[in-house]
Structures are given as C-alpha cells and as structure tokens.
Design a protein around this ligand. Structure first.
Ligand code: TIU
Length: 228
C-alpha cells in the first residue's frame, strides 16, 4: 500500500488493483459549440485542466495501470435518453439536436469524441454512459471486478455532476475512491470547491482528495521501493 498524503487522511493506494477513471473529457463539454456551451457555460475553464489530466494519464501509462475513459453518449435514436433528461436545463440546441460539432451528446458525432490531447490509446477502456454516473447501464462494475480493481482514482468533468455522481456510485459499490484536485473542473468554481469538501468531509464519506504532485510523489516513492 502507498500512503498518499491525501485529505482528510492517507489514501491506501493499492498497486495492481488501482485504475484511473477519466470522466467525460469530451469536446461536447470542453469546446465551444457542444453541450456544455449550449447550457450557457464558459467552457474555457474546463479546457484549462487538459495538461494536468494528461500528466495524470501519463503516470498510469508509465506503470501500465488500467485507464478507463468515459463519454456521456446517447444512441442515435435516443432510446437510452429519457425525455426528462432532454427537457432538463432548457439547453439550445438540446440533446440529439444538431449543433456546431454534430448532434449534441450522440455517440459517434464529432462533438462526442474525447479531446485530441487526451485520446485513449489501444488497450484502454472507453465507456459510453447514458447517465451522469459511470455504472448506470454500462456493465462497468462487472468489468472492474473481473480485473480485480478495488481502488479508483478520478479525474474529469464536471466535478459536481458526472465526476461526483460516478464517485458516489463507486463508493456504494465498495471501491476506495480518490479525486485529483487539479485534474477535475466545473463551470462553477464554487461548485468544484464545495464538491471537494463534501467528498472528503466526515472522515472521507465519499472518498479522498489529493493534489496531483502528492499522488505523483507517492507513486515515485513506491517505484523506488519496488526497484530497490
Ligand atoms: N452539465 C454538467 O455540468 N455536466 C454534465 O451534464 N455532464 C457531465 O458532468 N459530464
């Protein structure tokens, strides 16, 4: 076990059974003309974390530890998108309608792709999820269980919506969860801050939070131990 100086206390990171989850780093949330922008948000805030997410992905790639990328994506016939979801938010254009990068939040459309800088490599898992959480209607829990994964490190957008929902779903399924502060972002800075605090409150009620540098240092210290 590696002790990362996480808040509120050390996260018991387990080599061999830890995976990175990168939530919804898609053009639809990060670039102008996508779903995030259609909701009236300033998407530039989210683009700013791309280098830190890339650095975190790099830490896992160096170690050949599993990486899961999720996309919030609906089938072209929208059969997996309840009317309540389409109606919510009053977005224009709405889910399924034509936007600047193709149909909004629809699988296979240009806007639904993960941003180029963070494109998944062969062998990494890519999950299309119709909900905010990564376990709903995806079969991911069974895949992770089959791989022996017990610990999940989280990154991605948005902190208080799909990241937090996925973390809470993971927590309920027994995973040890850690969120990397610089590798997640919200359209609303106060929502990000509140989410970090509510995740780690009450002795880590949902999981732990840590700085990227602290995770990196802990992984490097572990590599030296293994190598010595
Ligand atoms: N609206 C918003 O902040 N987020 C979402 O709709 N999806 C994700 O967080 N991925």
């Amino acid at each position: 076990m590696i002790a990362i100086p996480a808040r509120p206390y050390d996260y018991p990171l387990a080599p061999g059974s830890t995976a990175l989850v990168v939530i919804d780093m898609q053009r639809d949330f990060i670039e102008p003309g996508g779903f995030g922008a259609s909701l009236g948000n300033d998407v530039a805030r989210l683009a700013a974390i791309i280098p830190d997410v890339a650095a975190l992905i790099g830490l896992f790639r160096e170690r050949s530890w599993p990486i899961i990328h999720t996309r919030e994506a609906h089938k072209p016939d929208l059969s997996d998108c309840p009317p309540s979801k389409i109606a919510r938010g009053g977005a224009s254009p709405r889910i399924g309608e034509e936007g600047a990068m193709g149909r909004i939040l629809v699988a296979g459309e240009p806007g639904n792709a993960i941003v180029e800088e963070l494109a998944p490599l062969d062998g990494e898992i890519v999950i299309d999820k119709p909900g905010k959480g990564m376990f709903w209607a995806t079969g991911l829990h069974e895949r992770l269980t089959g791989m022996g994964i017990t610990h999940l490190v989280f990154a991605g957008v948005t902190t208080e919506v799909c990241v937090q929902t996925s973390m809470r779903e993971a927590n309920d399924r027994g995973y040890e969860c850690l969120l990397v502060e610089e590798a997640t972002e919200s359209y609303f800075p106060q929502f990000k801050q509140a989410t970090l605090e509510m995740i780690a409150a009450q002795g880590g009620i949902v999981g732990w939070i840590a700085k990227l540098a602290d995770l990196q240092a802990a992984l490097e210290a572990e590599a030296k131990t293994v190598g010595s």
